[in-house]
Design a protein around this ligand. Structure first.
Ligand code: SF4
Length: 219
């Protein structure tokens, strides 16, 4: 008798839009580039992420990444579901070089979807090398996540963009291609550096805008 194997990917939520598929693993423990700032306001440790069913799912996903068949299963599922856009990690991050290389292999093997990710693992040099290879692929959009603790990366590889997380109205934002703000700052005027107004995530300005309709992060 055959065993029913659970799918690896899930469909996006209201913020992302259901046309986007997502892959996630547990937050914090898989985030080697995390800062006290992102850990302190991480949405992936709050709200629905506290439900036992969600925790069980993320732990299960993490287990799958350690199996020899992870890459083949992911490739098959992306093809079978006809995935168009794949957000790698709504929770968690590229936890080590081996895992990042697995994703690089998947992205090369099945190039149809548009893959996108935000990561602080750029702070780990051996992982950053793999991220750079991913971002060089035409089907990948990579974002280096930053905050006042990380500062701006010294080297930003071609095709990689920078997202800045603002948690404090007194800390001037750093240059970035996109700014995310914690909820209590969202009513404040747009952040600027000198005369330059930094672009805000439209979903944080108007919750009716989903990633599927905005597309800024993966278009
Ligand atoms: S900028 Fe657009 S695509 Fe990116 S997170 Fe915000 S709503 Fe989603």
């Amino acid at each position: 008798m055959g065993t029913t194997v659970r799918g690896l990917l899930q469909q996006g939520n209201t913020k992302l839009g259901t046309a986007i598929h997502v892959w996630s693993i547990p937050a914090v423990t898989t985030c080697p580039g995390r800062t006290s700032i992102c850990e302190g306001c991480c949405y992936a440790t709050r709200h629905r992420f506290r439900f036992d069913s969600v925790k069980e799912r993320l732990d299960w996903n993490l287990e799958q990444t350690k199996r020899d068949d992870f890459c083949d299963r992911m490739v098959k599922e992306v093809r079978r579901k006809g995935v168009l856009v794949l957000r790698v990690h709504t929770s968690g991050d590229f936890m080590d070089r081996v895992y990042a290389e697995r994703w690089l292999w998947i992205m090369k093997k099945v190039s149809r979807p548009r893959y996108y990710w935000y990561t602080r693992s750029w702070r780990i040099p051996e992982i950053a090398e793999v991220l750079e290879k991913m971002a060089a692929l035409k089907q990948v959009r990579g974002w280096y996540s930053t905050d006042s603790e990380t500062g701006t990366p010294e080297r930003i590889p071609k095709r990689i963009k920078v997202a800045y997380l603002q948690v404090d109205e007194d800390t001037p934002p750093k240059p970035a291609d996109l700014v995310f703000r914690v909820r209590r700052l969202r009513k404040l005027p747009r952040p600027r550096i000198g005369l330059t107004v930094l672009p805000l995530c439209p979903n944080e300005v108007n919750s009716e805008v989903s990633c599927g309709s905005c597309q800024r992060c993966f278009a």
